[in-house]
Design a protein around this ligand. Sequence first.
Ligand SMILES: Nc1ncnc2c1ncn2[C@@H]1O[C@H](COP(=O)(O)OP(=O)(O)OP(=O)(O)O)[C@@H](O)[C@H]1O
Ligand SMILES: [Mg+2]
Length: 359
Amino acid sequence: MAHLEIKQLSKRFGGFTALDRIDLSIAQGEFVVLLGPSGCGKTTLLRTIAGLERQDSGQIVHAGHDISHAPPAQRDYGIVFQSYALFPNLTVGDNVAYGLKSRRKGNAPGAVGARQRVTDMLTLVGLPGIEEKYPTQLSGGQQQRVALARALATSPHLLLLDEPLSALDAIERVRLRSEIKQLQSKLGITTLMVTHDQEEALSMADRIVVMKSGRVQQIGTPQDIYRSPCNDFVADFIGRGNLLVATSQGQDNFKFGQVSLRCASAAHSAATPRFYVRPEDIGLHAITDTPENSFTATVSKSEFMGSSYLVTLEADMGQRKPLVAQFSSNYLEGRPIHQGALLRVSIPAEHLRPMESST
Ligand SMILES: Nc1ncnc2c1ncn2[C@@H]1O[C@H](COP(=O)(O)OP(=O)(O)OP(=O)(O)O)[C@@H](O)[C@H]1O
Ligand SMILES: [Mg+2]
């Protein structure tokens, strides 16, 4: 049974539809990431689950209880926002204890219990012994760890994270990303995190929900979403890619301008079948080799990215957009990829992925 079940959830602000019939089912202990561009409704969905916004229609069921109309205090979650949202006039210890004190009567621990809980929580997030400090004395990453400790202090069964890493610098972001992930799997707490950073989503999620304009576009594992985007929007939003339009030559063969390629996936029935190719799936060969699905292309631009090169290629494929390939720097050592270089590249049949026709 799902731990959190969202059914046909809709939310309007005046005439604007922020959430449009969202269906989402999250298993116990699962880490689900909501990913989408600014304004697509991610925060609204999180706030509605928290009871901080009220839906116009639809249902939210948490651990078997219908909480659709429950006030926030009666919902069992911890929440961390993008801005650290700690109380600046309270010590770290009092910040973490805040949630414990505001708990429903009968559930709140005594003073000694609360102090122990604060100590435990700060240890859990890797900041033992900083109870007496004030938020302004901490770095952004430390403040966000304290916010996490505060969210977890009441032992909630659902953790809601709204872009918890976006205010941090790149190094701290990556560090805290893996800390949160480790902590989440150690505690086994069902987690819903919002981000608009696709790398964050791919690296942290058990499953990703891609949203656009208040609607769910695709739900799947990071690998599913990356490898088999369901439409152009998801394909564009998750990583770089090449969209190629073909004419069918019968069976598994397709013609892209002057280039013929075989596709290993189920044949397309559309008159102008469309395919998707990830840059790193494009192969590079010696110019004299002729492996299956290979063709020649000219380098129009080559960008060094550190571990790889991003190479823009002009090929006779009848495409409006050039082909973008990614080659590992080690692999390229000594090979000519300067502007104007002629390369033999391939799109292996299993990496030519069919896309649905409509957008
Ligand atoms: N209280 C409100 N009143 C009116 N419109 C709102 C309100 N809250 C959100 N919206 C609108 O609803 C849409 C979704 O907002 P939301 O904050 O959920 O987006 P988001 O996906 O979290 O974006 P971001 O990545 O920028 O945080 C936006 O167009 C926003 O302007
Ligand atoms: Mg938001």
